[in-house]
Every structure is written in structure tokens, then in C-alpha cells.
Design a protein around this ligand. Structure first.
Ligand SMILES: [Zn+2]
Length: 316
């Protein structure tokens, strides 16, 4: 028996003898709200990297593990939302079934690139709930957020990027290297990490390749052609910046960490301004190479909407 496990089991025994709630004890050791078997933490609140949490969730989807080290991988969901989970083979976890609710005790929140997932490890305890039990999760929430604002910035690592070719790794590689797997040729992908501003707050938004095409008409193939013509990957990011900055959009999707993962987007320029006005603003912004924050929906609305209609004094 490993020394730590022996120590834990003695401590648990002592706590039990002393009639101390072991779960509360562990939770207090870890600090913060981690959830308990009776009161699991909502998935939407699993946003502390490295936190040990207890959640109750239904298996929404199982994916094919692409590595022997992974026992099961997929999506779990509760009323508050859904989240990726991974169970490692070495931790000898039970086989989880789709559409079944489980309480996952002592699983670890993992954050990567603003996305959160749950890792089931050898210390985790999994309790299955019958489908007709009060614990069973009914409808899984999607936590969709709607945000309307002006596109004020595009963050680095937007446009044409290269991802690590390791099947379980989606990290963006830089200078031909994955931070986890070393030198890697990489696979092209297209995305936008953008910032929308509604005049009162900002929202970081992630547009996948599909959503980038919806919002700009540029798909992965076109982006690769653009880069190959210019012998420069960054040409795509510059083009996207020119197309989007200063335009108003309504986006909708789940919040993943600090990003809104856009799965619906509408150009809401028409709600406030004519296309000509936007073209003028776009031209002006690209002329000045505008790139940073500061432009808000409010101050853009303070600008004149037309340049050819002087206000007639005394007119109605
Ligand atoms: Zn990698």
C-alpha cells in the first residue's frame, strides 16, 4: 500500500470514529465551494483550474477514445450546462453509460485555453443513479448566452493557425513546436478570438472555422490559399481584422471559461446604421491600423451617421 493511501485511510478512520463529516473535512482542506454528494457543484461553476469537485451529471455523449491511456471520453451535462470529461484507463474507472446520471466525487477541473473539462482519476468515486431516482438529471442545460456588441479587437492566434497533430491534443503550435509534444508539423485550422463591446462590458468570443466562414465568407481552404499566395499566414488575420472591426454583431452560444463559443451569429449593423456608414468606419479604422480596445458601441453611436445630411436649423 502506498504511504499516502495508508495515511489517508487512517485519517478517514479517525475522522469517522470522531463522527466528523469526512466530505466537509476534505472540502475545507481544499478551500472554496467544491460541492458535496448532497449538494453537488453545478458544472457551470467548475471554473477553477485544478480544483477537486463533486458534481452530479448525466452522460450526454461518449466519444471514441483515440488513445489506450483513455478509458472513456465525452460530454457530461447537468441543469447548468455541459462539459467535456476524461476518464483515464490507469485509474480503473467503471464503464459509464450514455443517458445515465452519476455523482462524480473528487474529480478534478482542468482548464486549457479557456476551456474547462473534468478529469476522473484514481481518487474519484462514481455513484450511479437510477433513471427514475430523484437524483437523475432531466434536461441538460445549454447555458446559452446572447451578446450584442461592436467587434473591437481580434486577439493573437486568430486567423489561420496550426494545431498539434497528436489526436488528443488540440494545442496551437508556435514556431513549429507544441508546448506538450515538441516539434510538430501541425494541421491548419481557422478561428477567430474576438472581443465584442456593448458599451458597458466586453465579451471574448471564439469563432470556430465554421463560424468564421459564416461571419466573413472565408473558409479554411480560402484562408490557406490566401496565405499561400502571400507566403504569409498572418495575412488571414489582417484580412479578418479589416472585415470585422467596427461592425456590430449579435452572437449566441455557451460560455466556456471566459469565451463565448459562438454557434449563432447575426450581423446587427442594420439595427443602428446603414451599410455605407459601416464601410466608412471600416475604412477609417483600417486606414489607422486600429487594433486595440477603446472603441465602444456608445462612442461609435456618438459619431454622425451620415456625412451628407446637414441638420437644417429650425427644421422639424
Ligand atoms: Zn501537442
Amino acid at each position: 500500500m502506498p504511504r499516502n493511501a495508508a495515511f489517508d485511510s487512517v485519517r478517514n478512520h479517525v475522522l469517522k470514529e470522531a463522527d466528523v463529516d469526512t466530505e466537509a473535512f476534505w472540502a475545507s482542506l481544499r478551500g472554496g465551494d467544491q460541492g458535496t454528494t448532497e449538494e453537488p457543484l453545478p458544472l457551470s461553476e467548475c471554473t477553477t483550474d485544478g480544483a477537486w469537485v463533486t458534481v452530479r451529471a448525466k452522460i450526454v455523449e461518449l466519444w471514441d477514445p483515440r488513445e489506450d491511456s483513455i478509458h472513456q471520453v465525452g460530454l457530461v451535462g447537468d441543469e447548468s450546462g455541459r462539459m467535456k470529461f476524461v476518464a483515464w484507463t490507469k485509474s480503473n474507472p467503471p464503464v459509464l453509460e450514455e443517458d445515465t446520471t452519476y455523482t462524480f466525487k473528487d474529480v478534478v477541473v482542468d482548464e486549457y485555453d479557456g476551456n474547462y473539462s473534468l478529469k476522473i482519476n484514481s481518487r474519484s468515486e462514481i455513484i450511479e443513479h437510477a433513471r427514475d431516482s430523484p437524483e437523475a438529471i432531466g434536461t441538460v442545460g445549454t447555458m446559452t448566452t446572447v451578446y450584442e456588441g461592436v467587434f473591437v479587437a481580434i486577439q493573437s492566434q486568430s486567423g489561420l493557425i496550426k494545431r498539434c497533430t497528436d489526436p488528443e491534443c488540440t494545442r496551437v503550435i508556435q514556431q513549429g513546436e507544441c508546448s506538450e509534444h515538441g516539434p510538430n508539423e501541425g494541421e491548419f485550422d481557422l478561428r477567430i478570438k474576438g472581443v465584442l463591446d456593448d458599451g458597458e462590458s466586453v465579451q471574448e468570443c471564439l469563432f470556430t472555422a465554421g463560424m468564421t466562414e459564416v461571419v466573413t465568407g472565408i473558409d479554411l481552404e480560402t484562408a490557406m490559399e490566401m496565405a499561400s499566395d502571400a507566403l504569409d499566414l498572418t495575412v488571414v488575420e489582417r484580412r479578418l481584422t479589416e472585415m470585422l472591426i467596427g461592425r456590430r454583431f449579435t452572437v449566441e452560444g455557451p460560455l466556456l471559461g471566459r469565451y463565448l463559443l459562438v454557434d449563432e451569429v447575426t450581423d446587427s449593423s442594420n439595427r443602428a446604421f446603414a451599410q455605407g456608414y459601416h464601410d466608412a468606419v471600416d475604412d477609417l479604422l483600417s486606414e489607422y491600423g486600429y487594433y486595440g480596445p477603446g472603441l465602444t458601441a456608445e462612442n461609435i453611436e456618438d459619431l454622425p451617421q451620415t456625412y451628407d445630411a446637414p441638420v437644417a436649423a429650425g427644421g422639424n
